[in-house]
Design a protein around this ligand. Structure first.
Ligand SMILES: NC(=O)c1ccc[n+]([C@@H]2O[C@H](COP(=O)([O-])OP(=O)(O)OC[C@H]3O[C@@H](n4cnc5c(N)ncnc54)[C@H](OP(=O)(O)O)[C@@H]3O)[C@@H](O)[C@H]2O)c1
Length: 345
């Protein structure tokens, strides 16, 4: 491949797939850091083509965020350095994340990507996909993934500043399915709550009347990510991106329960008490680890700047209740696992 427009990590992941579809549909040439290298590119390109993108514009570079020099060989490193934009989405995401994986992949890997961006002579923007929450204390809902994202955010910001890397940071809320079809390739986080509800194993609502679990449609996020770094005003910007109109959790669960034809939970239990119950063994019965409650809070986020950019990009926010219903339908129809690719409208 000749020079590239974009170097991307996390291309095989949930958000990365939707972003790759957007970027390549726009004609951009993208090099993707791939664990396992070339033997995964076929499946990825087929998926992208089934979702409106162009597989012929994607080039896989064998590497690993946890490896020195990202594990890139000299030729691939030289190609990566021709990029104009770097999107850093790659991360280890799971409940119960091992400390060394969190440190090596999420924190050190982000440092390596920032160094690569600093060495790219034509770089116009590094886009970092960060977390959306503030730092939390307390062991009940402690979440190592979440903490490592905050550490990475701080490190990338400092390094980018020191090395003169033009940075844009996006803090997405919990990402759910495509607003048109509900399709997702991720089955933890919000889907864990939906699965418990569907199985009749969510008898309570964690949190009080003001607690919520903000949602964000993956296609909306992908369009925002593809468009934002093209705007001068997003240089050095930080964007908290989530659908603010998401109602409190009890209302959201009621709508999803209605969609699934199951009973909605009514009893509200404070988050620490719910987490205590899960840690005491109810996690096995519900299928919900206590860490799943990390994303339930009564915090509000500074979303005005993201709304401004979304307007400039002509993005229309989906209705969160409709999004929750559509995603729940997709999850249950597909048995909470990946479906065969479908063409997008
Ligand atoms: N999903 C959300 O709700 C959400 C919300 C806020 C922020 N984010 C952030 O958005 C980004 C993308 O999330 P996602 O939901 O798309 O995650 P995902 O589906 O779990 O995808 C993670 C991606 O990272 C790659 N990766 C993991 N370890 C790697 C390593 N050692 N070297 C190279 N690549 C590695 C994975 O590659 P493999 O295919 O090889 O595993 C995969 O492509 C992450 O940074 C996440 O923290 C996500």
């Amino acid at each position: 491949m000749r020079d590239i427009d974009v170097f991307l990590t996390g291309g095989t992941g949930f958000i990365g797939r939707w972003l790759l579809s957007e970027l390549t549909a726009d004609g951009q040439r993208v090099a993707v850091l791939l664990r396992g290298g070339g033997n995964r590119i076929g499946e990825l390109c087929s998926w992208i083509e089934a979702h409106g993108g162009r597989g012929d514009l994607i080039h896989g570079l064998a590497g690993d965020l946890a490896a020195p020099g990202l594990g890139l060989d000299a030729g691939d490193r030289a190609l990566a350095r021709t990029t104009r934009r770097v999107f850093h989405l790659g991360a280890a995401m799971s409940f119960g994340l091992a400390p060394e994986i969190a440190a090596q992949v999420n924190v050190k890997g982000s440092e390596r990507i920032t160094e690569l961006a600093a060495s790219a002579p034509h770089l116009r923007r590094l886009v970092l996909l960060s977390g959306f929450q503030h730092r939390r204390s307390g062991w009940l809902t402690a979440n190592r993934y979440h903490d490592s994202k905050l550490d990475a955010d701080t490190l990338v910001r400092q390094l980018a500043h020191a090395r003169g890397v033009p940075l844009t940071t996006v803090h997405p809320g919990p990402v759910v399915g495509d607003s048109r079809t509900g399709e997702t390739t991720q089955f933890w986080g919000w889907p864990t709550l939906v699965r418990a509800l569907h199985r009749g194993r969510l008898p309570i609502v964690p949190g009080g009347p003001g607690h919520w679990f903000p949602l964000l449609a993956v296609d909306y996020l992908a369009r925002f990510l593809a468009g934002a770094p093209q705007l001068d005003e997003t240089l050095d910007g930080q964007y908290w991106l989530l659908h603010d109109a998401t109602p409190p959790l009890h209302e959201l669960l009621t709508a999803v329960a209605d969609e699934l034809g199951v009973r909605a939970p009514r009893l509200r239990v404070p988050v620490p008490l719910a987490a205590l119950g899960l840690r005491a063994g109810l996690d096995r019965w519900t299928g919900l680890p206590a860490e799943a409650l990390t994303f339930v809070s009564d915090d509000r986020f500074p979303t005005a700047e993201a709304h401004h950019v979304a307007t400039a990009l002509d993005l229309t926010e989906p209705d969160p209740i409709h999004l929750a219903r559509t995603t729940a339908r997709f999850l249950t129809v597909n048995g909470f696992q990946a479906a065969a690719p479908q063409r997008q409208p």
